[in-house]
Design a protein around this ligand. Sequence first.
Ligand code: GDP
Ligand code: IMO
Ligand code: MG
Length: 429
Amino acid sequence: MANVTIIGAQWGDEGKGKVVDWLASRADIVVRFQGGHNAGHTLVVGNQTYKLSLLPSGLVRGKLGIIGNGVVIDPSALLLEIERMRDQGLHITPETLRIADNAPLILPVHAAIDRAREAARGERRIGTTGRGIGPAYEDKVARRAIRVCDLAEPETLDWRLDELLLHHNTLLAGLGAETFEKQTLRNDLIALAPQILPFAEPVWERLAEARKSGARILFEGAQAVMLDVDHGTYPYVTSSNTVAGQAAAGAGLGPDAVGRVLGIAKAYCTRVGSGPFPTELSDATGRLLGERGHEFGTVTGRARRCGWFDAALVRQAVKVGGIQGLALTKLDVLDQMQELKIGIGYRIDGAEYRHLPPGAAAQAKAEPIYETIEGWSGSTRGARSYAELPAQAIKYIRRIEELVECPVTLLSTSPERDDTILMTDPFAD
Ligand code: GDP
Ligand code: IMO
Ligand code: MG
């Protein structure tokens, strides 16, 4: 039985949440495998809108949700989100949600460092979500993290906090920010422990069992390939691997568990935060895309930068991300635009490139090479079958397929769950 892994193919906010929710009807388990509450996944189901950050989107369909070891978990944010979702009528209990006992925690000290460092960077800031994601991943790799399982061992918490604060308080003091008291952090963690621990377990064991019994697993990526810490527009990236390969390591399964890889891309392109964006439009067309697409960040409310579809970038994401099929979302936002452009490469210092080279200076200088394509006067909004699409919209999709060297297997034509067109079922054997 095929599993499916969903990843973003641009700089995030491509509509992963909507696609995961839609495909979750065919899955048994939905697993988050990287990132943290920097993600914001929006699901629109009838008159309800769900905004999920840490919780797997499959919970909305009543599927088992698993937060894997590759995720960084802010326990307070998790409990608040569970409360918020319960208020919206979702049933979230230790029966429906499991979290990896070896996942690292995000503590208030991480968010403080994140913000203090961004402030110190000034003009060169990354534009992080300020939620402590980067510092928490740094602590994991530095072997300084406090993990979910440590909540069950007050004596471990004690010396782990000593080590953590030795590092972070020195840094915070150097940045002129307020330092943290060990006792306060410890008391807060001990108070949270009884609320978090009932959800914790070695999820790798449950997942291994699920695989053996033929259950279908849907892996829900956060962020996107161009924000990947290795393959993205470094240093303007997040601090985790967002490519499909991470689904295995971030859940505690072998690489064969990843299954079919579906990349999600908008029919245009957006980015939140700083960093290179060759096809960005700072003109009226960019503003029009932003207004029509309601391009405001789910997590921070920041206006998203908008631009033309960059096929060179998505082609690169297809290759390094392991993407086998592309879901193209927000096609409706392009309705009635006379002319569309597609980025097919870059010009940097007079030389032409088919991909974005890794250097920060080169990336900042990259000028897009465009191909122009006629728009369509009809509407794709709410279309639920290929036959409803204007012929020119189909041409646009076909051209994208050629340029990114990957078939478009799913289309989304509005925020609403069922305004979706499936061409190839990724779960099919
Ligand atoms: P994610 O982070 O990849 O899950 O994406 P977000 O939820 O942050 O942002 C995508 C936004 O676009 C959300 O507000 C969705 O409701 C909305 N959306 C998703 N698909 C479509 C679509 O096909 N058309 C339109 N107009 N909006 C969409
Ligand atoms: P979803 O899952 C869009 C961006 C931030 C910033 C950079 C680093 O909703 O697609 P971080 O807080 O992770 O250290 O910030 O990454 N970023 C996102 N942009 N969508 C996201 O998630 C993002 N998560 C992080 O804006 O530029
Ligand atoms: Mg988002």
